[in-house]
Ligand binder design. Structure first.
Ligand SMILES: Nc1ncnc2c1ncn2[C@@H]1O[C@H](COP(=O)(O)OP(=O)(O)OP(=O)(O)O)[C@@H](O)[C@H]1O
Length: 263
């Protein structure tokens, strides 16, 4: 069922409780929000605030305890595992901190893998087009070990883009990259939202990374704790400090670097 609306994902009163009785952890509590088509949203919050849980529930990798998740017009909270697997394969792209490329496959083979797993072939010229889009047109026959971290992450983004997904979910996509590679990856993500209307939802701890998004959603203790539109690294860092997120020295140093104007 496809419904005509402008939201790629809509969560209504989503709660997630792990464990039973005395050991219960409320990871998400009645979260209601939406991710509009063609938008780039960053999700931020202190450690343990529910960011990964939100991403997993929104992407159909985990089922909420209660509430509704409408993804690309499909109610996923009532789907069984087979239906969810199909939906994830067809309509969702994933990008992880650790790239998750297969070392024995070439760049081209890695990028086409999601299609081949679904028994499909890429349309003529599509793989080259996507590789050009991520700036790796000349690297299609290389293997991941022959590429830098930033280039490997761009292969992972090409692999996410190839299925033309309704949403790309990215979990700390710049977490293991140097500043310059991180900037390339973030520019690519924000560019694909702006130029091709790709919807992107990204979890990050980094205010600079979040500043590339159109909107930042803040979580605290499993609940929504406000949002910022057209964020700057400074405004995000300030909000995170207020949420008590920068509790250790590394985080404080990063917030300080941000105020020094990294971007
Ligand atoms: N499988 C699980 N079983 C029990 N508790 C869990 C499970 N997964 C997450 N939690 C708990 O749910 C809460 C939210 O966790 P989550 O991983 O979503 O937070 P996060 O904001 O992504 O944290 P971080 O920034 O540290 O990665 C935490 O208290 C965590 O301990």
């Amino acid at each position: 069922m496809e419904i005509g609306n402008t939201d790629a994902v809509r969560l209504t009163d989503v709660s997630k409780v792990y464990g039973r009785r005395a050991n219960q952890v409320v990871a998400l509590e009645e979260v209601t929000t939406a991710f509009g088509r063609g938008t780039f949203t960053a999700i931020m919050g202190p450690s343990g605030s529910g960011k990964s849980t939100l991403l997993q529930c929104a992407a159909g990798l985990d089922q909420p305890t209660s509430g509704s998740v409408l993804l690309d017009g499909h109610e996923i909270s009532t789907m069984d595992e087979t239906e969810l697997t199909m939906l994830r394969r067809e309509r969702i792209g994933f990008v992880f901190q650790s790239f998750n490329l297969l070392p024995v496959l070439t760049v081209r083979q890695n990028v086409t893998l999601p299609l081949r797993l679904g028994g499909r072939k890429p349309a003529r010229g599509r793989v080259s087009q996507v590789l050009e889009q991520v700036g790796l047109g000349q690297r299609s026959n290389h293997r991941p070990a022959e590429l830098s971290g930033g280039q490997q992450q761009r292969v992972a983004i090409a692999r996410a883009l190839i299925t033309d997904p309704a949403v790309i979910f990215a979990d700390e996509p710049t977490g293991s990259l140097d500043t310059r590679s991180a900037r390339d990856v973030l520019t690519l993500l924000s560019g694909s939202a702006r130029s091709t209307g790709q919807t992107i939802v990204m979890v990050t701890h980094d205010p600079v990374a979040a500043s590339y998004a159109d909107r930042v959603l803040f979580l605290a203790d499993g609940r929504l704790a406000g949002e910022l539109h057209s964020p700057t690294a400074e405004s995000v860092a300030e909000r995170m400090t207020r949420l008590g997120a920068f509790a250790d020295e590394d985080d404080l140093a990063r917030a300080g670097a941000v105020r020094g104007g990294q971007r």
